[in-house]
Design a protein around this ligand. Sequence first.
Ligand code: AVI
Length: 335
Amino acid sequence: MQVSRAPAIRVVSPLANNTIAQQRPAHGSEAVMNEISAGLLASDACTSPKFLYDSLGSKLFEAICELPEYYPTRTEASIFAAYGADMAHAIGEGSSLIDLGAGNCAKAASLFPLLKPAQYVPVDISRDFLLGAVAQLQQRFPQIEMTALGLDFSSGFELPDSVRAERRVFFYPGSSIGNFSPEQAVTFLRGLRANAGADGGLLIGVDLIKDRAVLDAAYDDALGVTGAFNLNMLRHLNHLIGADFEVDQWQHVAFFNPEKSRIEMHLEARCPLTVTWRGGERDFARGERIHTEDSYKYTRQSFVTLLEKAGFATSRMWTDKNNWFAVIHARAIPD
Ligand code: AVI
């Protein structure tokens, strides 16, 4: 492993008849109700971080990425800017680039001139957003075949036949892998390995362990944007399960837990209160918390080891001058 620092467009919308997309429970469905209810009733109340992202939550996350305290976005961008050509060399032209959580597709698109993929497959839970972004991209890059997929890839998936079988490269930037526990991350990456095929690979962004004050500030910024992002989950839960959370009765708590090597985000009750929702109710004492998100931080070696467990061998790693963030290219280990 080397470590460095410092044809005609085809836009397919398989969303209507995509069996994978159909496995995703619709918001407010019984499965969603049961999942949220079980978390709220657990002795240590918790919710999945996916519920942070309603339409306002997604906008707040975009704002977080602009904050001076939130270093991951700009640090990763600086690595892509400095080493994009190197990454393209490692991956080679003509791949099928599968962009997980593509959003507005901007990160991948900035690499197209260097990576020169034969096919681009943006995947995102938000189908409408994705299709708008892809329609614009096809004008700019007519030589790249594009197939948009609307699905929740976090809970296991199989790619449809519209995705080329050869040279599949999963693109998973933004350190989103950190929102899985290490065990979940291995399971998730094994799923990618199974879908990648023997000649497939992965280009992934990973947030590294660093000074605690830097980490704490990144998740508890002075403007309170991350606090708003966290608290907004309560409004989303009200919508999803008919709950009666009152946002001003809760406060944002975020800190680095060094034993678990993760940032934890919680919502803490500011007074004794009772929350009710369709089919459930719970009392919260003052100071009691709902655990809303973890964001795991790795060392370079601990992530290489995790990739190996999942069936990927690290071929190249690029980091910034502070060693705050890493972008890793890994190849599928043949079966
Ligand atoms: C999406 N994910 C990688 C972000 C993170 O840093 O874990 C989510 C986030 N939560 C609070 N701030 C940003």
